[in-house]
Design a protein. Structure first.
Lengths: 396, 79
């Protein structure tokens, strides 16, 4: 420690004070009421924080006050976090504020409403900007705390509903100081991933302060600018955050977000069962229809035509045969007549007629003898009369 | 046609199944076409069911690069 004997220059003393203060108060959170608030044209903020008995001057630099979503007003109670800095030329110290939040729930509500109106006016909540969530996700980015119950819930829902997917989890601080920045960073990191279907931004239930990161303007803007759609599942049913309003889809809880994000495999099993049953019925109906058509065709007039044809032809065949036989009869009759005629003629030449008249037939050696010169006097001869034949011998 | 089932995505298989279902319902197919669609549908059903049954959820943890973490404030990480 310092001894009385040591003599220091002002600069040395100031430099030691600077070291002690800046080392000892490198990270503090101060609750106080804002007074003399000035937003300089440079973008820096200058104000005092005070309570009943003390005051401290504060600065908040341009790059950092971008992250404060409300415009501080004199009299507003806030929590300022930052570090003490000493400015040697003036010999004073001040609080270099790195983040600023309303201290009470009333202040938070006011700030929430203010930001909500501002972003709504800018069009960050517009329905037209909201993108549809694909029905069959393959890769889902998840922004949540790695050790939270929210993650466990989301994983078990995904396993139960649609295990065909891949969850890409990016462990993220979702509560307390720096959470908003970490969420923004996770959104940006996931946006560099080549093939996500969408992102779920999830966090389990908690107080309004616990969920505050999701009410920060930078988170809202990162969600709005995300290349991939974002589903929020933050807190419980009753909790609405700015992030919910900007998100493409809002679910009441992290597990509800996963429910909304994934199709249900049981529905597909049911669909496939129905398909097998119905398509079997369809096929059987189709076959039945064809059968009916076959039966109808067989019964139809068209199919009867050949039979009629056969019958008609059979009839004409019968006619033909009848006519043919008629003709045959005629021919036979005609020929019969001719035959009679001829036989009459033949009858006219009958051998018996001359025999009846008294002529005799002479036969020798079974030949008829028609000339005297042919008659052999030495042989027997047969004489045939009309009423019989005799054998004679010639006696010389 | 029914032999042409390759390893399509679950989504593609399912939408083909829906298509086949609608075609079969339309009831004005040739019998041979209907039967080959039916066979294709049954094969697709089997593939879809097996895909879902065999699926195992993949969980990947993405580590952020250190330089990606923009703001410090790491002293307040008590939550």
């Amino acid at each position: 420690m310092f001894t009385m004997q040591e003599i220091l220059t002002v600069s040395e003393l100031t430099s030691q004070i600077k070291f002690v203060l800046e080392e000892g108060f490198s990270a503090v959170i101060v609750e106080g009421e804002i007074s003399n608030f000035k937003a300089h044209v440079s973008g820096h903020w200058y104000f005092n924080l005070k309570d009943a008995n003390a005051v401290i001057s504060c600065t908040m630099w341009k790059g950092l006050n971008n992250y404060v979503f409300f415009t501080p007003q004199d009299g507003m109670k806030v929590h300022a976090s930052g570090r003490i800095t000493v400015y040697p030329p003036r010999g004073n110290y001040q609080l270099d504020v790195r983040s600023l939040k309303p201290a009470g729930i009333g202040d938070l509500q006011a700030a929430f409403e203010k930001l909500k109106q501002k972003l709504a006016a800018e069009g960050l909540f517009d329905i037209e900007h909201k993108r549809t969530i694909p029905e069959f996700p393959k890769k889902i980015g998840i922004i949540t705390a790695i050790d939270g119950a929210a993650l466990k819930d989301m994983i078990s829902v995904a396993k139960r509903r649609f295990p065909l997917i891949e969850l890409i989890i990016i462990p993220t601080k979702v509560q307390g100081s720096g959470a908003a920045e970490d969420i923004v960073d996770s959104i940006r990191t996931l946006n560099r991933h080549p093939e996500l279907d969408f992102i779920i931004l999830g966090r389990g239930g908690g107080s309004i302060e616990d969920l505050w990161a999701f009410n920060e303007e930078i988170v809202a803007r990162a969600i709005y600018n995300s290349k991939y759609p974002i589903i929020t599942g933050i807190g419980h049913e009753i909790d609405f955050t700015i992030a919910d309003f900007v998100a493409d889809l809002r679910a009441p809880t992290p597990s509800a977000a996963m429910e909304i994000a994934t199709p249900d495999k049981d529905e597909y099993f049911a669909f496939i069962n129905d398909f097998i049953y119905n398509s079997y019925q369809d096929i059987m109906n189709l076959i039945g229809n064809f059968q009916n058509r076959i039966y109808k065709s067989i019964d139809s007039y068209g199919f009867k035509i050949p039979i009629d044809l056969i019958r008609r032809n059979a009839q004409s065949l019968d006619n033909q045969i009848y006519r043919l036989t008629q003709n045959m009869d005629k021919i036979i009759l005609r020929n019969n007549n001719r035959l009679t005629l001829i036989s009459n003629k033949i009858e006219a030449h009958d051998i018996n007629k001359p025999l009846k008249k008294g002529f005799v037939l002479v036969k020798q050696n079974s030949n008829y003898v028609q000339r005297v010169e042919n008659f052999n006097l030495d042989k027997a001869a047969q004489l045939t009369f009309f009423d019989g034949a005799i054998e004679v011998e010639v006696k010389n | 046609m029914a032999k042409k089932i390759i390893k399509n995505s679950f989504e593609a298989n399912l939408s083909r199944l829906e298509e086949i279902s609608a075609l079969l319902e339309s009831n004005n197919l040739k019998l041979e076409d209907a039967i080959s669609l039916f066979e294709e549908g049954i094969a697709l059903s089997r593939i879809c069911v097996n895909t879902l049954k065999d699926a195992e959820l993949k969980v990947t943890e993405l580590k952020k690069k250190l330089e990606d973490i923009s703001l410090p404030d790491d002293e307040e990480s008590e939550d």
